[in-house]
Design a protein around this ligand. Structure first.
Ligand code: NAI
Length: 335
């Protein structure tokens, strides 16, 4: 059996880390049939379309994607491709496991971090509904719906049940956004009531951010609306070695796109020094998703072994290796 997967290299370090991912996936022996499609800032500008047809057609066929980051212009320009993809394919759950890898320097060695983030992926302030009411006054709509809030909460609780997780924390700012975040919380509470065996708590996002920096081991599974989820994901990445490490998956009922938490990293693009661990961990999630559990376990084991040996680590983790050397070390560790 072959597995067709749409491959989006993206911008900046995207082509470098996705090429490395293709190499480690080949080393697992799992017959992936890549369908490389070009989706980056240049193509979007040239075609005048955020989601060009060739990308949509490929994903409709494969239902599965591995994606590098795509740059989004700040304060103007085209709409975020990431937001557009998540909406088009109804990838409502952004799943981000933040797990400490032994060998990566951390302040939290004695109390290892193992947090799973479920970020709502389709609404909130990412609705893109903004307008200038009068010159000098701009409003943006924060959209929270019962449907989207309930399904992200249910996804998180189902995951917790299936994976032996104990505690879920809903993160909010309902003391200020009483209706919008209030509805999000109400939905989380309703779902929590269906799972009496799992501990459920709520925390205001500012306090949660502080708690995460001080005592991250207290957190298990987090449920967040879109914007807080985006910010808290990067914060959590910083606790376990940075953006080079943490993977993610955009999950819907019929489609799944795997992508790192990090962006296109223009400051290091083209230098061959990006850490590909995050996208390798995306590959682990993808292999698990398609039921290739043994290959997922072997690839994950090879990443852990490479860090434990500590000889071929990239600059962001304090080493001197480039992307290629680290990749070769992971491939060698898999043998
Ligand atoms: P960024 O994640 O690209 O970079 C932040 C910092 O982390 C930089 O110092 C960078 O060098 C470092 N970094 C990121 N990934 C790394 C890796 N694999 N190895 C080593 N160091 C790494 O965030 P930034 O600068 O805010 O965003 C740059 C662009 O990426 C923007 O256009 C943004 O819209 C886009 N972006 C795209 C995402 C996606 O496609 N899913 C996600 C986040 C941002």
């Amino acid at each position: 059996m072959r597995y067709p997967v749409t491959l989006i290299a993206g911008d900046g370090i995207g082509p470098e880390v996705t090429a490395a991912a293709v190499k480690v996936m080949a080393a697992t022996g799992v017959p992936i049939e890549w369908d490389p499609v070009e989706l980056n800032a240049r193509v979007i500008q040239a075609q005048g379309k955020t989601l060009p047809d060739h990308v949509v057609d490929s994903l409709l066929r494969t239902r599965l994607g591995l994606k590098g980051p795509v740059a989004t212009p700040v304060a103007g320009g085209f709409q975020s491709v990431n937001v557009a993809l998540r909406k088009r394919f109804d990838l409502f759950a952004n799943f981000r496991p933040v797990v400490q890898i032994p060998g990566i320097p951390s302040r939290f060695q004695s109390d290892p971090i193992n947090i799973v983030i479920f970020r709502e992926n389709t609404e909130d302030l990412y609705s893109g509904l903004e307008q200038e009411i009068v010159p000098g006054v701009v409003t943006g709509l924060k959209v929270i719906t019962r449907t989207a809030s309930t399904r992200i909460a249910r996804k998180a609780f189902e995951y917790a049940l299936l994976h032996g997780r104990k505690k879920l924390t809903a993160i909010h700012k309902a003391n200020i956004m009483k209706q919008a975040d209030g509805l999000f919380l109400a939905c989380c509470r309703e779902v929590a009531a269906e799972y009496p065996g799992l501990e459920y708590q709520e925390m205001i996002v500012d306090n949660a951010s502080m708690q995460m920096v001080m005592r991250p081991a207290q957190f298990d599974v987090l449920i967040l609306p879109n914007l807080y989820g985006d910010i808290v994901s990067d914060l959590c990445a910083g606790l376990v070695g940075g953006l080079g490490i943490v993977p993610g998956a955009n999950l819907g009922e019929s489609f799944a796109i795997f992508e790192s938490v990090h962006g296109s990293a223009p400051d290091i693009a083209g230098k061959g020094i990006a850490n590909p661990t995050a996208i390798f961990q995306c590959c682990v999630l993808l292999l698990d998703h398609i039921g290739e559990r043994e290959a997922a376990r072997r690839l994950h084991g090879a990443i852990v072994k490479t860090y434990a040996e500590g000889k071929h680590l990239t600059g962001d983790i304090g080493g001197t290796a480039g992307t290629a050397e680290f990749t070769d070390a992971v491939v060698a560790a898999m043998r």
